[in-house]
Design a protein around this ligand. Structure first.
Ligand SMILES: [Zn+2]
Length: 212
């Protein structure tokens, strides 16, 4: 059994109470990646409102704390969906189009791509703020500043994906996220800070497709 399950059973129970209230299925996928059926790339976790499923990849390549971060993040997407349907629905459309555009299933105009990214950032920023609040309120053993910077690095990497038209990984490397601002300090009018952009140029990469 992965240490995440034994170490954080109380956190899992708390999220399960919420998921039951919302009729959401929580699924642990014992694999390096979990993915929604027609998705090209898997991820370490997702929450999907259509199928009402919160799924987390659990594998020895992740530490218990890394899985906990993903679990908290995705649980906050569930909180958004159950608590703020307007924001969820508005931003989700942007997300769907952007992902389809990345996979070259649709074409979008530059201003539409930008609008999608702004919607994604709005949704992820709200999610990460909820996550940071949950970490503090539940007294979770995660470094608040590190988590906040990792989140900001991930959110801002969407600008780069928009530029390269590719799904990109690497925003969670310490060399990269250490140059990111705290989540509350992201300035959407200014885009990616210069030092972080240098790290994006050096470290972000397009993953190979893993079919699992
Ligand atoms: Zn997210």
């Amino acid at each position: 059994m992965h240490k995440f399950i034994t170490l954080y059973s109380d956190v899992i129970d708390r999220v399960l109470v919420e998921s039951k209230k919302n009729n959401v299925l929580v699924r642990f996928d014992f694999s390096e990646q979990t993915k929604i059926c027609d998705e090209l790339y898997g991820s370490s976790g997702y929450f999907e409102s259509e199928s009402k499923c919160l799924s987390i990849a659990i594998d020895e390549k992740f530490t218990a704390e890394e899985i906990l971060e993903t679990f908290i993040h995705e649980s906050c997407h569930m909180d958004q969906w159950s608590g703020d349907k307007f924001l969820w629905d508005m931003c989700q459309t942007g997300y769907d189009y952007f992902l389809k555009w990345l996979e070259k299933k649709v074409e979008l105009q530059p201003h539409e791509i930008n609008e999608c990214i702004q919607n994604i950032i709005r949704l992820e920023q709200d999610c990460e703020q909820r996550s940071c609040t949950k970490i503090a309120k539940w007294n979770l053993p995660l470094n608040y500043d590190d988590y906040s910077k990792k989140s900001a690095s991930y959110i801002l990497s969407y600008y780069e994906m928009g530029k390269r038209r590719q799904w990109l990984r690497g925003s969670q490397k310490i060399e990269v996220y250490s140059k990111a601002p705290l989540i509350n300090n992201i300035d959407l009018t200014k885009g990616v800070p210069v030092l972080l952009q240098q790290m994006f140029d050096e470290h972000l990469y397009a993953p190979t497709i893993i079919n699992n």
